[in-house]
Structure formats: C-alpha cells, structure tokens
Design a protein around this ligand. Sequence first.
Ligand SMILES: *[C@@H]1O[C@H](CO)[C@@H](O)[C@H](O)[C@H]1NC(C)=O
Ligand SMILES: *[C@@H]1O[C@H](CO)[C@@H](O)[C@H](O)[C@H]1NC(C)=O
Ligand SMILES: *[C@@H]1O[C@H](CO)[C@@H](O)[C@H](O)[C@H]1NC(C)=O
Ligand SMILES: *[C@@H]1O[C@H](CO)[C@@H](O)[C@H](O)[C@H]1NC(C)=O
Ligand SMILES: *[C@@H]1O[C@H](CO)[C@@H](O)[C@H](O)[C@H]1NC(C)=O
Length: 483
Amino acid sequence: MKYSLMLAGAASAVTALSVQAHPPSPPHPPVSPHPPSSPEPLSFRTTLNVNTAKKYQTMIGGGCSGAFGAACSTNSLSTADQQTVVKTLFDENHGALSILRNLIGSSPGTTILPECPATPAGPFNYSFPTSNNDSCQLTLAQGALKNNPDLFLYADAWSAPGCFKTTGEESGGGYICGVRGTNCTEDWREAYANYLIEYVKLYQERGIKVSMLGAYNEPDFNPFTYSAMLSDGYQAYDFLSVFYPMVKKAFPDLAVSCCDSTGARQQRDLLYELGRLGGLDLFDINTYHNYQSDIKRPFDDLLHNQPTIETEWSDGGSTWTHTWDISGNNFEGLQWAIYMHNAFRNNVAGWSHWWCAWNGGDGALVNVNGASYQIAARLWAFSGYFRFARPGAVRIDAETNVEDLYVTAWMNKNGTIAIPVVNAAHYPYTLDVDLSGSKVSHAVSYLTDNEHNVTMDNEFTFKDGRFTAQIEPRAMKTFFLDF
Ligand SMILES: *[C@@H]1O[C@H](CO)[C@@H](O)[C@H](O)[C@H]1NC(C)=O
Ligand SMILES: *[C@@H]1O[C@H](CO)[C@@H](O)[C@H](O)[C@H]1NC(C)=O
Ligand SMILES: *[C@@H]1O[C@H](CO)[C@@H](O)[C@H](O)[C@H]1NC(C)=O
Ligand SMILES: *[C@@H]1O[C@H](CO)[C@@H](O)[C@H](O)[C@H]1NC(C)=O
Ligand SMILES: *[C@@H]1O[C@H](CO)[C@@H](O)[C@H](O)[C@H]1NC(C)=O
C-alpha cells in the first residue's frame, strides 16, 4: 500500500514539473477538455508497538498558575461561568489539570510579611494576604480542589522579601543575603526558609495542602521590572542546604523544587553547578521552564532519580492563539501536543502552562474578555494526555517506525493504558496497535483536531492485544484501554 501511494506522489510531482516547464500560456478556457485526474489521496499504515514491561517516569500531571492577580481575571464573569472555567481546567473529564502553581507574593499588599524586622532575630509578624484572598489564589485553589481532590499545589516564590536581599528590593534581581558572593551585614537564609514554610502553614490553616515548595523563579534571569531573585547553582547550594532540612522537619511530605530556570539548558547549567558541590540531594523535584530553551535530552544524568516537571511556558506576548492547527505557530494546540510529547519522551513527568486565565494574550489557557471567555485549544492538548494518563501513571515503551506520528503510552495505577498519538502528517494513518502480552481488550478513542475537542469517536474490542485504528491528519488521538 505504501509503495503504490508513493508512486502516486511521484507521478504528481512529475506533472507539476512539466507544467512549470511550459512557457507562459494565454488564459485558460473556462473548461479544460481533459481535466487532470487528481492523484489518489495519501494514506499510510504503520504498526505501533507497546511494550508494557519497559518502564520510564511516573506522571505527575499538567497545570497552570493564577500568579500576579491572574486568578482574579475571571471575576468579571458570571458566578456560573467562573465555576465552569475552573471545572473545564481541573475536572478529570475536561481539561484534567492537577497542578496549580501559586506565587508566594513579595510585593507590597501581596506578601505574608508586610513589616520586615531589623535583623533575622525577628520578630516576624506573618499574616495571610487578605486582599482578595491572596490575590484570588486561595479562591482558585479552593475551586481547583473542588474539581480535583488530588490537587498538587506548588507554592513558589519569585523573590525573597526585599529586606532579606542584597538590593533591599524584591523586584529586579539581587541575591538572598548569606549565599556566596553576597556581602550583607546579616545572613537571612534561615529567615527566608521560615518565610516560605510559613506560606505553606497559612494554606494548611485554610484547609489546603501544599505539595511542593520552591524558593526560585527563573534565577538565571533578571527582568528588572518585577519580582525576581538571582541564583547560580553554587548559591542555590548555599540556600538549599539550609532550606531543605528545615522543610523536611516542618513537613516531611512536602517536596522541595529546584529551580525553575528559564529553559532546560539553563536548568542543566544550574544543576551541574549544584552537583559539583554535592547538592543533588537538596531537592525532590527538578523544575524548569520552556522559554529560553526546550529539553533536548533527559535530565537524568544530572539528577539523583528526582522527577522533572516543566513548570511554566507561554509565548508571553500579547497575541491570543486559540486555534488547534490553522497558522502553525508555536502556541496552537497541535504544536503544544508535540512539545509535551517531546518532554515526555525525555522523561519529563509534568507540564504546566503559565496562567490558567487572563484577560489578554497567549499567557493563559483561558482568555477572559469582560463577561465572556474563550478556551485555547492548547487545553485540549493537555487533556489528550492528562485526562487518560492520570497522576501516578507510568510511561511504558511505545514505538512506530515513522517520524510524523508522536506516540507515548502510559499505564495507570489500575492497569488501564493511555496511548496519546499525535499525527503531524497531512494525511491519515492506519495504526496497527500491538500490545501483545498485556491484559487489555477494549479501547475507546478520543479525537482532537480543528473540529473536535477530545471527543469520543470510536470503540474497539480485541483479542491478543491487537487492534487497528485510523488517525486523522493534524490530529491528536488518545486511546484509552481497559479490560
Ligand atoms: C501583626 O500584623 C497584623 C496584620 O498585619 C496587625 O494587625 C498586627 O497589629 C501586627 N502585630 C504586631 C505585633 O505588629
Ligand atoms: C475570601 O474567601 C472566603 C472563603 O474562604 C470568602 O468567604 C470571602 O468572601 C473571600 N473574600 C474575598 C475578598 O474574596
Ligand atoms: C563587605 O562589606 C564590608 C563592610 O561594608 C566592607 O568593608 C568590605 O569591603 C566588603 N567586601 C566586599 C568583598 O565587598
Ligand atoms: C472546541 O473548543 C473550542 C475552544 O477551544 C470552542 O471554540 C469550540 O466550540 C469547541 N468545539 C466543540 C465541537 O466543542
Ligand atoms: C482506572 O483508572 C483510570 C484513571 O484514573 C480511570 O479513569 C478508570 O476509570 C479506572 N478503571 C478501572 C477499570 O478501574
């Protein structure tokens, strides 16, 4: 089949060349006497082999953030629509997100430490940022938790309080006093550690469990204008060696992240430095952003078996791309599905968008415009993975021998299997799925393309681990297999 179709392709290329070779001709008559026969539409066939015995990383999940007031952006919607938006993002049968990343605010009005003591001896008068309930982040966390009881809340600081830093300012870079290269009169590292732990306590007092705590956001990058604090890997060692044991003492189950660099390469540099000082046991989850470089190979050689999460990405610009596959730009749904695929194949265990919702630009999964909102097709790419490969699922081996099908497979805790397939080709594929040796015998497929949003479209009952399915061009199709 592949052979004859390639011939059809070659034949049409020859036609095109011979047309080009003609000198310019006068305008065509309205009806050509010999209409060219159109070539057979292309379609290919391949086998998808799934090996349940070969295992990789364990899924943590997908997420987004309500930082910098973005969580308040849905306040202009009706109460019913506000609830629908949170449900669409976090419900297992919709967007299926499970990670929410909170900003531990350091600017006036958002911080839990409005007054800074003169020295690290204190006193520290912490208080919950009541203004809009932590800039609506508490409200968003409550809504997310209602739709997903296993919410993984990531509390992350962009900066220490200004008074703990070399610059005295929370925005525009600077370092936490006490790490190498700083020359402050006091060492504020322990104070910063206590401050971060205090944020977790304030959420716990409000019935919300924090799962991961971070001291850094993009420590390789000085934006000059907003909350930020710098650190290289050696300085991260100096802080994490104080912070990590304090977190474990306060909350043994609370994971510590490191270090949300702007890109995978930047994070590799930081981890390498941290590793030179023997600091690779001072964090539990490796976190990076996808802005300045994406992942080219697994982080595993630089880690002590920690999982990795991509914790933030968007185009950061002011355009709004809500489509699946119209323009081909990076922020369409299909492209995101492939970026996520690439991360998963490099053993990344979770993937977060920047904002959940915002009123303008590609920063968010949901664009709020006054009383109305629109959902980016990027969310359907998330859903194609996270709705079926739930937190705790283990990636298993899945291979085809073609380049334009992007395939992963995941085994959930109860033995069900999710196989998200992205077809980047402009023609359909027939897939012979082979899971011989597994117990599954029933599959349902869910289609996402320009017309479908994770829509159930077919069902298969099969024996001996083999079934055959079609996948549409420029589409994502997730197969969910059970018994
Ligand atoms: C502590 O902070 C709270 C809230 O900001 C304030 O009401 C209270 O007076 C402060 N207490 C002290 C001892 O400064
Ligand atoms: C803060 O949240 C509580 C529920 O936890 C709610 O009763 C209150 O109205 C909220 N306040 C604001 C300003 O949103
Ligand atoms: C550190 O600060 C002290 C006191 O201000 C000053 O005397 C010294 O020169 C500084 N050292 C460096 C390396 O900046
Ligand atoms: C799919 O989602 C988009 C938003 O991403 C929406 O505009 C469209 O109406 C939805 N289509 C269907 C068939 O639900
Ligand atoms: C197995 O787990 C998946 C993912 O949580 C769930 O959707 C599915 O209903 C479960 N199936 C069975 C047979 O328990």
